[in-house]
Design a protein around this ligand. Structure first.
Ligand code: RUQ
Ligand code: CUA
Length: 661
């Protein structure tokens, strides 16, 4: 145990010293034509969209490549006052969970939808690590369209990876925990007996709607990352597992004891068959599915009460363990679907497994015992080979479609290119510093687009102008079209980037929604023309049906609201022109703004707490007379009898006797 501890310590020291010394020849790392390669002239489009997880920001950001220009931050799991996400009445349900409204999460991985194993540009999925959920973002609107919660899970990390026709999105739990329907009030040191790891298989229909098809109950370990098989291995899924020691404390030591942990291979086709044949158990749980509808411009939460669970203890031919050195993190499948790469954080080599050999080993029962009821395949039987002395601290691998793999090394801060067939190291490139995930456009699909590699670094230290104790997170772009990787750009990112995906702009750009048609607006409180603008009182609720168009609101003078009222501003943007959102804000709102797209209706709840006049205005500079786009609302005491009145363009005559007030 002491030795292990020293190994960890040594790694830590190496990592610190790597960070501490800035390479002397830093300028040499970037050669003369780098700027030209990353340059996209003003007015020109980038070649690729890059969808980058925002880590603890909970959001997903979209960059253009090769320029590294930030195009958009899409709110997903965290509220975003800039866009009213989680603040407008329409978007609040999107953040509902069985725990109630959750305003934040930690988004680690993005995955583009695929057809026949190729990126198809319909959706991008993201995972919430903390309160386990999976989101689907629609790439015609660049908005979060659906969020599903995952019961029996904690730390949804090996997620949201997909099968080659997006049949399933998969989500494996990082933290094993007692299942939701059993008494979880147990001593923490009963991990081995009471803690279980659940893998969720989320079905996705052609409209993109998600639901949990089934879960697989596994022994309590930490599931870290995963990837689906493809081509010949379609029908299988691979998950890296660490903490097969089943420690519940001081994991940095206690979960680093064994020389090998596992990659778990899951025959999901078989599991699917079992689920359909009723071999699972229907288990009571609580989870929500939240959906946003672009016709009603509103979202709804559905609460679900049951999930089908298949148990690996009973169904012994759905899961197999492949021993993998040592505390594996990344688990990546090459474009051919034949090779599975495990990146052991503490391993001094990279094992590459062969799907064909794994199948033969299973058929010939070449097992090396049983782990918690799951057959363990002999290491040598499934092994294609090992990449020798690749670097320190391997984390993730991507592929270029030309037979090469690229693995990130956190400790030695480098990307290493190697050949998948003969496992020879071909090239290495430094990263600044401590690289985590990598992305090649289409790099985990059957058809990578190659050309670029992006390294997502955990630490930037001295790469940018200092900004106090917290520094920008960083991505670095490499041209990989030649034999040697060439660094061409650094660009800061929003939040901490984990996994990212990229695809050619052509797959997405022409489908981009420009406006919502006003005649198709099915929102219950839509106002489709100024003549319908009105204010309606229902008890202490006041509904303001208000429109915006350059450059006024209708109505813009409102009276008759009283203290104790709940005011709902239902703002419909009447514009039918691309890139003309209007914003909406009212003084003193303990809320955010609204940002309303052309043809859309969004609602801000406002509970005034002071008598007097409150101005409201458009927050988005929409025209030369944007500063004129404003209005006033009068709030009277609770017992006042000022009648409801609204107007635009006419001076509301003060009721008699009020002039001198
Ligand atoms: S992680 S740096 Cu995907 Cu959360 Cu590997
Ligand atoms: Cu509308 Cu500014």
């Amino acid at each position: 145990m002491k030795n292990k501890f020293f190994l960890l310590l040594a790694l830590a020291v190496v990592s610190v010293s790597y960070l501490a010394c800035k390479p002397k020849s830093l300028t040499n790392a970037v050669s003369g034509d780098a700027a030209a390669k990353a340059y996209v002239a003003p007015g020109q489009y980038d070649q690729f969209y890059n969808f980058v997880s925002g880590g603890f920001s909970g959001q997903l950001s979209v960059y253009g490549l090769p320029s590294g220009r930030l195009l958009r931050v899409i709110p997903v799991f965290s509220v975003d006052p800039e866009k009213g996400w989680g603040y407008s009445e329409e978007t609040k349900p999107m953040l509902n969970t069985s725990h109630g409204f959750v305003p934040w999460d930690d988004l680690h991985h993005t995955e583009l939808s695929q057809t026949n194993g190729e990126v198809d540009g319909r959706w991008v999925f993201g995972n919430a690590n903390n309160t386990p959920r999976v989101a689907r973002i629609d790439l015609s609107t660049f908005r979060t369209a659906e969020i599903i919660e995952l019961p029996n899970s904690a730390g949804n990390h090996s997620s949201p990876f997909i099968t080659e026709n997006t049949e399933y999105v998969v989500a494996g739990t990082r933290f094993s925990v007692p299942a939701d329907n059993v008494n979880g009030d147990v001593p923490i040191n009963t991990y081995k007996q009471n803690f279980k790891g659940h893998l969720s298989f989320i079905s996705v229909d052609t409209a993109g709607h998600m639901d949990i098809a089934f879960q697989i109950r596994c022994p309590g370990v930490n599931f870290d990352l995963s990837h689906a098989g493809k081509g010949p291995s379609h029908g299988w899924f691979f998950f890296s597992c660490y903490n097969t020691e089943q420690a519940n404390t001081l994991l940095e030591v206690n979960a680093s004891q064994k020389d090998k942990d596992f990659i778990m291979a899951v025959n999901w086709k078989k599991a699917e068959e079992y689920a359909k044949a009723g071999k699972g158990t229907k288990v009571p749980v609580n989870y929500t599915i939240n959906r946003y509808d672009d016709k009603t411009h509103s979202s709804t939460s559905i609460s679900k009460k049951e999930v089908i669970v298949l148990d690996t203890k009973e169904l012994t031919d759905i899961c197999y363990m492949m021993p993998c050195p040592k505390s594996p993190h990344g688990c990546d499948v090459d474009p051919s679907g034949e090779f599975i790469v495990g990146s052991g954080k503490l391993a001094a080599l990279i094992p590459v497994f062969s799907f064909t050999k794994m199948q033969n080993a299973i058929n010939n029962k070449e097992f090396d015992g049983v782990y918690e009821g799951i057959n363990v395949i002999k290491y040598e039987s499934a092994l294609h080979g090992e990449v020798a002395k690749p670097g320190l601290g391997p984390l993730h691998t991507e592929f270029d479609g030309n037979g090469n793999a690229y693995t990130s090394f956190f400790v030695s801060s480098e990307v290493v290119k190697w050949n998948i067939k003969d496992l020879k190291v071909l090239d290495r490139a430094s990263t600044y510093y401590s690289v985590g995930h990598l992305c090649v456009p289409g790099g985990d699909s059957r058809k990578p687009f190659g050309r670029y590699l992006i390294a997502y670094n955990k630490i930037t230290k001295d790469r940018y102008l200092p900004t106090g104790p917290e520094l920008a997170q960083s991505a670095q772009l490499y041209d990989i079209s030649g034999d040697k990787m060439q660094m061409i750009l650094d660009f800061p990112t929003i939040g901490e980037p984990h996994y990212a995906q990229a695809c050619p702009a052509e797959l997405i750009k022409d489908k981009s929604v420009k406006i919502f048609k006003i005649e198709e607006n099915g929102h219950a409180f839509a106002t489709k023309g100024e003549k319908d603008a009105r204010v309606v009182r229902e008890g202490n609720k006041v509904h303001i049906y208000i429109t915006s168009i350059r450059s006024h609101f209708a109505p813009d003078n409102i009276e008759g609201v009283k203290l104790g009222d709940e005011v709902y501003w239902h703002v419909t943007n009447l514009e039918q022109d691309w890139d003309v959102p209007h914003g909406f804000a009212v003084k003193g709102a303990t809320n955010a703004e609204l940002l309303i797209m052309p043809g859309e209706t969004q609602t801000l709840k406002w509970v005034p707490n002071k008598v007097g006049i409150s101005p409201f205005y458009c927050t988005d500079f929409c025209s030369a007379l944007h500063q004129e786009m404003q209005g006033y609302i009068r709030v009277s005491p609770a017992n006042s009898n000022i009648p409801l009145k609204w107007s635009l363009g006419e001076a509301v005559p003060p009721p008699s006797g009020e002039e001198k007030m």
